[in-house]
Design a protein around this ligand. Structure first.
Ligand SMILES: Nc1ccn([C@@H]2O[C@H](COP(=O)(O)OP(=O)(O)OP(=O)(O)O)[C@@H](O)[C@H]2O)c(=O)n1
Ligand SMILES: C[C@](O)(CO)[C@H](O)COP(=O)(O)O
Length: 231
C-alpha cells in the first residue's frame, strides 16, 4: 500500500491579484508551495508527491521549487486543467501503477499551515471509513441568501468548513472523479464527488490556521502565524 500526496497548484490566483502566481509568493523567504511540499516531504507517512502545475509553469516549478529545495519525494509534476477538479483528475492519472487500496491525499498547494501531525489520523481514517476530510466547526452564524434576502439559517452545530487534506483509497477517488466527469458534475472539493456516490466520508478536526491563501488578507494572517512562535 502506497500513500501519495496530490498537490493541486495549477490555479491562476486571480483573487490574490499578485503579479506572480500566488503559490510562488514568498513567506519567510520560501515560496508558499515550498512550505506546503515540505509538510509531505518530511512526513514518514507519505511515500511520494505529485504536484499539479499550470503547463507553462512546470519548468519553473521543477527548478525553483522542487530542485531548489531538494524535494526528493516529488515523483512528477503534471499539467493542471481549467478547474481544480480537472487538475486533481490529471494528478490521479499520473499515479504510477496504482492499486485500489493505495491512499491518495489531496492537499491544496496554498495551504502551507496544515498541521502535519494530522496526517497519520487522516490516512488511518481514510483506510477505515473510505474517505476523510479535514475541517473545522463554523464559528459564525451562516445565512443562506438569495437576491440579497436571507432565505435560511442552517443549524450551526452541524456546519463545518471543509479544508484539505482530503484522503481516500485510490479505487474510491478514481471512481468518484470518473463518475463526476461522465455526469458533468462540478464540486468544490473532492469529498463532494465521493459523497454523491453514497459512500461515507469522515470529518477529522483540523486547525483554524490551516487557511487557504486566497486573497491579500490571507497573506496578512500568514505573516502573523509565522511570527507566532507557538505555531
Ligand atoms: N484549475 C485549477 C484551479 C485551482 N487549483 C489549485 O487548487 C487550490 C485551491 O484553489 P484556489 O485557492 O481557489 O486557487 P486559484 O484557483 O489559483 O485562485 P483563484 O480562484 O483566485 O484564481 C490551489 O492550490 C490552486 O492552485 C488547481 O490546481 N487547478
Ligand atoms: C478544496 C477546498 O480547499 C476545500 O475548502 C476548496 O473547496 C477549494 O475551493 P476553490 O474555490 O477551488 O479554492
Amino acid at each position: 500500500m502506497n500513500t501519495t500526496a496530490l498537490i493541486p497548484a495549477a490555479g491562476m490566483g486571480r483573487r490574490m491579484g499578485a503579479s506572480i502566481n500566488k503559490q510562488y509568493l514568498e513567506l519567510a523567504g520560501r515560496p508558499i508551495l515550498a512550505h506546503t511540499l515540505a509538510l509531505f516531504e518530511n512526513s514518514p507517512d507519505i511515500d511520494r508527491i505529485i504536484v499539479i502545475s499550470p503547463q507553462e509553469e512546470i519548468p519553473f516549478c521543477r527548478e525553483q521549487v522542487v530542485s531548489r529545495y531538494g524535494f526528493r519525494k516529488v515523483h512528477d509534476i503534471v499539467a493542471g486543467g481549467a478547474e481544480r477538479q480537472d487538475s486533481v483528475r490529471n494528478g490521479l492519472g499520473a499515479l504510477p501503477e496504482p492499486s485500489g487500496d493505495d491512499i491518495v491525499l489531496i492537499h491544496d498547494g496554498v495551504r502551507p499551515f496544515m498541521p502535519a501531525a494530522l496526517l497519520p489520523e487522516v490516512i488511518a481514517t481514510a483506510q477505515q471509513v473510505g474517505g476523510c476530510v479535514v475541517g473545522v466547526p463554523v464559528k459564525d452564524t451562516v445565512k443562506e441568501v438569495s437576491d440579497h434576502r436571507v432565505v435560511g439559517t442552517p443549524v450551526r452545530e452541524r456546519l463545518w468548513l471543509a479544508q484539505t487534506p482530503q484522503a481516500f483509497p485510490f479505487s474510491v477517488i478514481r471512481r468518484a472523479h470518473d463518475r463526476a466527469l461522465a455526469e458533468n458534475f462540478r464540486g468544490t472539493d473532492d469529498a463532494s464527488l465521493v459523497e454523491r456516490l453514497g459512500l461515507p466520508v469522515a470529518m477529522v478536526q483540523g486547525s483554524y490556521r490551516n487557511i487557504k491563501i486566497t486573497t491579500p488578507e490571507d497573506l496578512t494572517l500568514a505573516y502573523a502565524f509565522l511570527g507566532d512562535k507557538s505555531l
